[in-house]
Design a protein around this ligand. Structure first.
Ligand SMILES: *[C@@H]1O[C@H](CO)[C@@H](O)[C@H](O)[C@H]1NC(C)=O
Ligand SMILES: *[C@@H]1O[C@H](CO)[C@@H](O)[C@H](O)[C@H]1NC(C)=O
Length: 262
């Protein structure tokens, strides 16, 4: 009986973790892009359905739907280290939420912990997009800024060069032990439509936000349309070492800023 209760408790915890794993981070609705025809609206719905089924296959898809002025282009991608189960549930959530959050815009983006989705009437595939930057930072400061920043710069370089390597699908991740009790974890992910050079450009801009918005902060997440970077002092990506437990510190412990680049 006791073990049954333990099992039940375990399941409850697992379920909470799964629900949190697809945490919605942010969205961007371009208010200069009104949906001006019922055909365009219908095309966005069809596009989202196709994106959903297309992305389950290999974690990434770009699709267009419709023609002439009612044509829409869409991209969906999961973080390269998440399972296909987590990927499909994230993309399913994203395709529902993006329409709710941006109901009358034809240019929209949505960022989750595990996936990203975007559509628009311009063919944006392959173009570096850092026009919008959404930054979340842990309000707590690190205790030893000088050595922390040195390690952050070197780990950022390392994961960027991993992300641009052909075959890595735009994903770079790594960690660095700072002390017996403290490890720095960092992940970079470009959208897979970018060339290595464009991925590198996007990540340079994203990482350039660290000293501006996240100086000496214990954690930072920078979201752009073409890439994201994130660092934390806890494990947040896969694979986990046997000693590590995935931590999902909710966004309410972070503050946010939004930048619009020309
Ligand atoms: C909708 O807006 C787009 C871009 O602003 C324009 O090209 C198109 O002609 C408009 N369509 C209608 C039906 O007004
Ligand atoms: C972190 O450091 C900044 C700048 O020195 C300071 O303004 C802020 O109050 C500190 N935050 C915390 C939570 O101690």
């Amino acid at each position: 009986m006791a073990s049954f209760h333990r099992l039940l408790l375990l399941f409850t915890i697992l379920c909470i973790c799964t629900a949190e794993s697809a945490e919605l981070w942010s969205q961007f609705c371009n208010h200069n892009s009104q949906i001006n025809s019922t055909q365009l609206s219908a095309n966005i719905d069809s596009l989202l359905a196709e994106l959903m089924s297309g992305t389950v296959q290999n974690g990434f898809s770009t699709i267009s739907y419709g023609k002439a002025e009612d044509q829409v282009f869409g991209l969906a991608q999961c973080r390269g280290d998440v399972s296909s189960e987590d990927c499909s549930s994230c993309v399913e959530d994203a395709s529902k939420q993006i329409r709710k959050l941006c109901p009358s815009q034809s240019d929209a983006r949505i960022w989750y912990d595990y996936c990203f989705m975007r559509y628009g009437t311009n063919k944006f595939f392959g173009q570096v997009d850092t026009s919008v930057g959404i930054i979340f930072y842990n309000v707590e400061n690190v205790t030893d800024p000088d050595s922390f920043n040195k390690e952050l710069v070197s780990l950022s370089d390392k994961i960027s060069s991993e992300a641009v390597k052909p075959g890595n699908k735009g994903l770079g991740r790594g960690k660095k032990q700072l002390s017996p009790f403290l490890t720095l974890y960092e992940l970079a992910q470009c959208t897979r439509d970018l060339t290595p050079l464009s991925c590198d450009q996007c990540l340079a801009i994203a990482i350039g936000n660290f000293p501006i918005f996240c100086n000496n902060k214990k954690g930072c997440r920078v979201l752009h349309g073409s890439c994201i970077v994130r660092y934390e002092l806890y494990p947040f990506f896969f694979p986990l070492d046997p000693k590590e437990t995935l931590v999902n510190m909710p966004l309410k412990y972070y503050h946010s800023s939004t930048v619009h680049n020309p």
